[in-house]
Design a protein around this ligand. Structure first.
Ligand SMILES: Cc1cc2nc3c(=O)[nH]c(=O)nc-3n(C[C@H](O)[C@H](O)[C@H](O)COP(=O)(O)OP(=O)(O)OC[C@H]3O[C@@H](n4cnc5c(N)ncnc54)[C@H](O)[C@@H]3O)c2cc1C
Ligand code: FES
Length: 240
C-alpha cells in the first residue's frame, strides 16, 4: 500500500503470552514515542498495524485473532519480518502518578510509556484486564519495569472478578493524577467517563482497521479524524 521502504528484522526471541499469543523480540531497535505503531508485513499474507511494545530491542506483542496474527504467532527465531514506521502520535508523559489501564492486547500499547515514566521516578500503576487468566498479556513486562500491577478477569480466574474499571475502583495507593488507556473501545469509553467524573486528564489509544497507516486510504476514519495520522492517541473527550 505504501511506497515507503520496509526495514527487515529477524525474530531473535519469543515470549509466549499464554493462550493469547506471543511477544516477538526482534534483532533491531526503533526510535519512537510510547503509543506509536508500526506496520508489520509478511509478503504474500498481509500488512497490519501493531503497537511498539518495546523499542530496544524492538518487540511486538501479538494476540492471535485472525489469519495475519496467526501467521505472526507461528514465526520462529531467525524468521524475517518486514516493518515500516513508526507512525502516529503517541502519549506524552504527564503527572507523577500515572494509572495505565489496558484490556487484552491493549497491554502492548502502554509498556513503552511505563518504561519512559519509571526513570523519572514516577510511581506507575497498571490495571490489566482480560476475559480469563490465560488471555492476560504482558504482566511479566510491567512487573519487570517495577510497576504496581492489578489484574481483573471477567471470570475471576486471576485477580479481581470484574472489569478493568472495577479494578481501578478497588485500587489502593497514591491518588492518580493522569490516566492512559488502550484496549477495546467499550472499555475506553468507560475509562473516559471515569476520568470525566473525577476531573482527571486522560488519553486513550484507538484502534481502527488500517491499510496504509499514513493518512492516505481513509480506512481508519473516526468521525472527522484519521486514527493513523491524527492518533492513535487522543484525549479521552473524543469518546464522550
Ligand atoms: C494502532 C493499532 C495498534 C495495534 N496494536 C496491536 C498490538 O500491539 N497487538 C495486537 O495483537 N494487535 C494490535 N492491533 C490490532 C491488529 O492490527 C489486528 O488484530 C490485526 O490486524 C488482525 O489481523 P488478522 O488477519 O489476524 O485478523 P482479521 O481476521 O483481519 O481481524 C480480526 C479482528 O481484528 C480487526 N482488524 C482487522 N484488520 C485490522 C487492521 N488493519 N487494523 C486494526 N484492526 C484490524 C478486525 O476488525 C477484527 O475484529 C493494533 C491495531 C491498531 C490500529
Ligand atoms: S490507514 Fe489509511 S488513512 Fe489511516
Amino acid at each position: 500500500m505504501s511506497s515507503q521502504p520496509h526495514t527487515v528484522m529477524r525474530v531473535a526471541d519469543l515470549v509466549p503470552e499464554g493462550a493469547a499469543g506471543v511477544t516477538l523480540i526482534l534483532d533491531g531497535a526503533l526510535d519512537c514515542q510510547p503509543g506509536q505503531f508500526i506496520m508489520a508485513w509478511l509478503p504474500g499474507i498481509e500488512e497490519r498495524p501493531f503497537s511498539v511494545m518495546d523499542d530496544a530491542p524492538l518487540s511486538l506483542s501479538v494476540a492471535h485473532v485472525g489469519p495475519f496474527t496467526h501467521a505472526l504467532c507461528l514465526l520462529q527465531p531467525g524468521d524475517r519480518l518486514w516493518l515500516r514506521g513508526p507512525y502516529g502520535h503517541g502519549f506524552a508523559l504527564h503527572g507523577a502518578h500515572p494509572l495505565l489501564i489496558a484490556g487484552g492486547s491493549g497491554a502492548a500499547g502502554l509498556t513503552l510509556l511505563a518504561k519512559r515514566a519509571r526513570p523519572r521516578g514516577d510511581q506507575v500503576s497498571v490495571v490489566l484486564g482480560a476475559r480469563t487468566a490465560d488471555l492476560l498479556m504482558l504482566r511479566w513486562r510491567y512487573e519487570e519495569l517495577g510497576c504496581v500491577v492489578a489484574i481483573a478477569t471477567d471470570d475471576g480466574s486471576c485477580g479481581l472478578c470484574g472489569t478493568a474499571l472495577d479494578a481501578c475502583n478497588a485500587l489502593d495507593g497514591p491518588q492518580h493524577d493522569v490516566l492512559y488507556a488502550c484496549g477495546p473501545e467499550p472499555m475506553l469509553r468507560a475509562v473516559a467517563r471515569y476520568a470525566r467524573d473525577r476531573a482527571l486528564p486522560c488519553w486513550v489509544s484507538l484502534e481502527r482497521v488500517m491499510k496504509c497507516g499514513i493518512g492516505v486510504c481513509g480506512s481508519c476514519h473516526c468521525g472527522e479524524r484519521l486514527v493513523c495520522a491524527d492518533g492513535p492517541v487522543f484525549a479521552s473527550s473524543v469518546l464522550l
